[in-house]
Design a protein around this ligand. Sequence first.
Ligand SMILES: Nc1nc2c(ncn2[C@@H]2O[C@H](COP(=O)(O)OP(=O)(O)OP(=O)(O)O)[C@@H](O)[C@H]2O)c(=O)[nH]1
Ligand SMILES: [Mg+2]
Length: 328
Amino acid sequence: MPANLPPQYKEAEDRYRQAKTTPEKILALEEMLAIIPHHKGTDKLIGQLRKRLSQHKEESQRRSSTSRQVDPFAVKKEGAAQVALVGLPNCGKSQILGSLTNAVPLIADYPFTTRAPLPGMMKFENIQVQIVDSPPFMDEFAETGLANLIRNADALAIVLDLTEDCGTQIELIQEELNRRRVRVLKKGEERKPEIGQYPKRALLIGNKADLKEAQENCRQLLDRFAKEYPVLCISAKENLNLEEAKKEIFSILDIVRSYTKAPGKNPDWDDPVILPKGSKVLDFASHIHKDFAHKLKFARIWGKEKYDGQMVPRDYVLKDGDVIELHI
Ligand SMILES: Nc1nc2c(ncn2[C@@H]2O[C@H](COP(=O)(O)OP(=O)(O)OP(=O)(O)O)[C@@H](O)[C@H]2O)c(=O)[nH]1
Ligand SMILES: [Mg+2]
């Protein structure tokens, strides 16, 4: 065993030893692999861990193909990105899914209504975003599944009940997220890989704004948290501020939409190329065709911050809405 393994690695290793089910073993091994530093001394161990991980994965596939059981918490991503709705029981997550998407969830005035995730597609301008409703925190049956769902999502919508104090709810939710090593990024904070952590962008949604007692809690929520996180108050039931919510959800996705254009022709506005924020003309070119990146001579851009048809270098960073004419 090489020395100098971080304490988080030991913790993940303990979880692996204690894991009783294959999905738990897979999760712990993936964590160990994410945490372990890469250098000569760890090469062998990394190889062994990868081998064990692939054995467990094969085993779990064999089981699911024989018993035809699918993990309800492994929600296949669709559309431009996947956003998980999370929060305490009864705050209105399912109502939000029902109001923003085509899905028809079970909504009820008692806690722990939702027992498994349910996805729906939300149309925003010319793209579709997948929204996933989830069982609430504190649901012990959803423990491992919920952790996987949250870690795998591209971003989170943290739902708060505006009829209760939001600061207390946020504290509880932060604890639940920390326990699963999910860290919510602050406004303007860059998203970069962190050892043993799952950094996520999140939007705080105060829900039930139609109710009288919501007013004061919404004001406090904005006062206390709007500087550090994107926040808004809505009523999913009465359709208040839903368009704003869609816009805010789009903005935490960290994606840009750009469009191809042939010389003398108009772009197809219904068919954006979706890339992570920070992508360059070169990434756009290789997305269109794998050979284009090295063949690319120059590109012309039509966009909000550029003159129409301006020539840009290969490392020009794309802005949302740019139209690009590639010259190869
Ligand atoms: N007045 C009002 N009631 C709402 C709103 N959104 C949800 N509710 C009500 O709040 C209760 C809980 O809603 P759900 O959507 O089931 O809550 P949930 O967060 O999915 O609950 P769990 O699945 O148990 O975690 C239901 O009675 C809803 O009708 C809203 O915007 N305004
Ligand atoms: Mg629900």
